[in-house]
Design a protein around this ligand. Structure first.
Ligand SMILES: [Fe+2]
Ligand SMILES: [Fe+2]
Length: 213
């Protein structure tokens, strides 16, 4: 939707370099999977009507969450040195960069027409949302896709990805889901760190990035 190809290429490179820096098995296969149809991770928007709703918005959001997560990691370890083994740099990179890969195949670019205030029909580019490729949920889908591609991923990273939406999803969920979320947060500080980094990026780093169409 937006002519920011050079930004997208730079963001794709940084995303790939950060994942490769973890030296985890399966990173190359995951990068290939995200780049191929039906996934469009590197050109997908982060949303339709909210933050970073333009081509390349999803990879930018993922990087923003990773940057926030790495800084929050430093703050957390400064305040609580005993948390260091639970908040490794590699885990923060894996969990933040992959938390929203579930969105890569749901936004379909479309051109629509609307009548402007002068009564003239004008075309505009936007996205339709289509969950049909793999309708299994949000955090669940990101975790499963990472596993599916064969990435070497830890239990803590999977839980942080699965529960990154915190209570936003819970009105539609069961009491058991709430118990699982709270247990994951109680056991693994990486869960809270990814939740905080996601909120920080969406609310502050990406403040004012919505394109109103
Ligand atoms: Fe999300
Ligand atoms: Fe997110």
């Amino acid at each position: 939707m937006k002519d920011n190809n050079s930004d997208i290429q730079a963001d794709k490179q940084e995303f790939s370099d950060l994942l490769r820096s973890t030296n985890r098995d399966g990173v190359e296969e995951l990068l290939e999977y995200l780049d191929e149809e039906p996934m469009r991770f590197f050109t997908a928007p982060a949303s339709v009507n909210h933050h970073l709703n333009h081509d390349g918005g999803l990879v930018r959001h993922s990087l923003n969450v990773c940057h926030a997560g790495l800084k929050l990691r430093e703050l957390a370890i400064e305040a609580r040195p005993d948390l260091a083994p639970h908040l490794t740099r590699d885990s923060v990179i894996i969990a933040t960069l992959l938390h929203d890969i579930c969105k890569a195949d749901i936004y379909q670019p479309v051109r629509k027409t609307r009548r402007n205030r002068f009564g003239i029909n004008v075309d505009f580019d936007t996205y339709d949302i289509d969950y049909s490729n793999f309708p299994i949920g949000h955090g669940e889908k990101s975790a499963i896709l990472a596993l599916w591609t064969g990435l070497d991923i830890t239990k803590e990273e999977l839980l942080a990805i699965r529960w990154h939406m915190t209570a936003w999803e819970l009105p539609m969920q069961s009491y058991e889901a709430l118990r699982n979320l709270n247990t994951a947060r109680d056991l693994h500080p990486l869960c809270a760190l990814v939740q905080l980094a996601d909120n920080f990026a969406a609310a502050l780093t990406e403040f004012g990035t919505t394109i109103h169409i």
